[in-house]
Design a protein around this ligand. Structure first.
Ligand code: GDP
Ligand code: MG
Length: 442
């Protein structure tokens, strides 16, 4: 997946100052390849990688993230931007009914979507009506009627007097009928063709001009890959649309179509269709799609959590101290413990911390609840004892145990752990910017 590829392309780098141009270009090449593999349209890939490159070169590398994580974050942010930023909204009319027209190729999922959308609206207290203005296929009207029945919403269909054979008339009559019956929203299903053609566009334009939709939703099959951009452009220029519905997202399409369409047309994706059933429908959230494209689950929120809670200044101080040859003391140990506690779900963060792999086992057995006792013990020591634990003989151990409400056994254990941590820190010599060691494991 994309985040793995970014990470692999930046493997071995540490965060110091800015990323070099060579490093950035290496990872940009990888991102470009991954996007093209995901069927994102070439011009969109070009523009996207340009933006990521600019940001990656311009930004200070955060100490809480390694360079790969930083680039992943930039890519994630930029993906959200291309996908429209915030979750999009329909244009509800102040004078009902709100008129929504569906457009798209045959098989895109328009008729299915009409039912899903109507059901979703009905569940929110709206009173939608469906209009069957696809007179191209013999069974299209019946299909919408079945869908409407399932959703529990009325369907306006052509019959003598309703404009048999003329989709423009059917659409107009449907909308006025909805108005007359005081439906607050009317969804007009239209015909599609297997490919883009001028006759279809003309018919869609005629319907549009007759009913003046508040929203025209372009429904597009997410599985069509590279074609998505071209088809979206044809509909944008031929009919125009205010929003996009991405259908068949339950397939293994990885979001390439989503990026292509929003990148090319700059129209928001409002909904996602994720199956054949009425309930397989959701609002489209750019941030979630960005995560899906990167396929990194909730890693982003973990990164944000780390950024929020990690005391960067403290980490730099520690690294500087160790690098200058000063020794690691019990005070440093305590500080680290407290930082770990701040990080919340420590074990969850394992995978995302730089260079933590080798300490994985120790971390697995790390018990966060023990930090409070460790704090108490260290705080019961004198400053001299914290600097030089060798001073802590038997009687001092008894005093510290008493002062901290622990036992001499626990003090012994703590000092043993500290010794291990100190050795670990000495051996690393401050070579872990952004993250202290994990001496609390035991
Ligand atoms: P239309 O020609 O644009 O009206 O498309 P339809 O609504 O008739 O859908 C075409 C086919 O795609 C039908 O077999 C639907 O059941 C199927 N379909 C529609 N939306 C989805 C979806 O989100 N996921 C899946 N798996 N199939 C879908
Ligand atoms: Mg249809």
């Amino acid at each position: 997946n994309l985040s793995d590829r970014i990470t692999a392309s930046l493997k071995g780098l540490r965060g110091h100052g800015r990323l070099s141009e060579a490093d950035v270009d290496k990872t940009i090449r990888e991102i470009r390849r991954a996007l093209l593999d995901a069927d994102v349209a070439v011009p969109v890939v070009r523009e996207f990688t340009g933006k990521v490159r600019e940001r990656a070169l311009g930004e200070e590398v955060s100490k809480a993230l390694n360079p790969a994580q930083q680039v992943v974050k930039i890519v994630h942010d930029e993906l959200i931007q291309v996908l429209g930023g915030a979750t999009g909204e329909l244009h509800w009319s102040k004078n009902p009914p709100t008129v929504i027209m569906l457009a798209g190729l045959q098989g895109a999922g328009k008729t299915t979507l009409a039912g899903k959308l109507a059901k979703w609206m009905k569940d929110q207290g709206h009173t939608p009506m469906l209009v069957a203005a696809d007179l191209q296929r013999p069974n299209a009207v019946t299909q919408l009627q079945i869908v409407g029945e399932r959703a529990g919403v009325p369907v306006f269909a052509p019959e003598p007097g309703n404009g048999v054979g003329n989709p423009v008339l059917v659409a107009m009559n449907g909308v006025s009928n909805a108005q007359f019956q005081q439906h607050d929203v009317v969804i007009v299903d239209t015909a599609g063709r297997l490919g883009v053609d001028e006759e279809m566009m003309q018919q869609a334009r005629d319907i549009r001009d007759a009913i003046h939709p508040h929203d025209t939703l372009f429904v597009v099959d997410a599985m069509i890959g590279q074609d998505a951009a071209r088809v979206a452009e044809a509909f944008r220029d031929g009919v125009g649309f205010t929003g996009v519905v991405l259908s068949k997202l339950d397939g293994d399409a990885r979001g390439g179509a989503a990026l292509s369409i929003t990148g090319v047309t700059e129209r928001p994706i409002l909904f996602a269709s994720t199956g054949e059933q009425l309930g397989d429908f959701e609002r489209f959230h750019p941030d979630r799609m960005a995560g899906r494209i990167l396929d990194m689950g909730d890693v982003m929120s973990l990164i944000e959590q780390a950024e929020r809670t990690f005391d960067q200044a403290q980490a730099e101080k520690m690294a500087g101290k160790l690098a200058s040859g000063e020794d690691f003391t019990l005070d440093d140990f305590l500080t680290q413990m407290q930082q770990l506690k701040n990080m919340g779900s420590l074990k969850k963060m394992l995978g995302m911390l730089p260079n933590m792999g080798q300490y994985r086992e120790q971390l697995e057995s790390f018990d966060e609840s023990s930090i409070g006792r460790i704090e108490a013990m260290i705080q019961s020591m004198t400053p001299a004892e914290r600097r030089d634990p060798k001073l802590i003989n038997g009687s001092r151990r008894a005093r510290i145990a008493k002062g901290s409400g622990t036992s001499v056994g626990e003090i012994n254990q703590l000092l043993e752990r500290f010794k291990q941590a100190q050795q670990m820190m000495r051996s690393m010599g401050g070579g872990m910017p952004g993250m202290p060691g994990m001496p609390g494991a035991g």
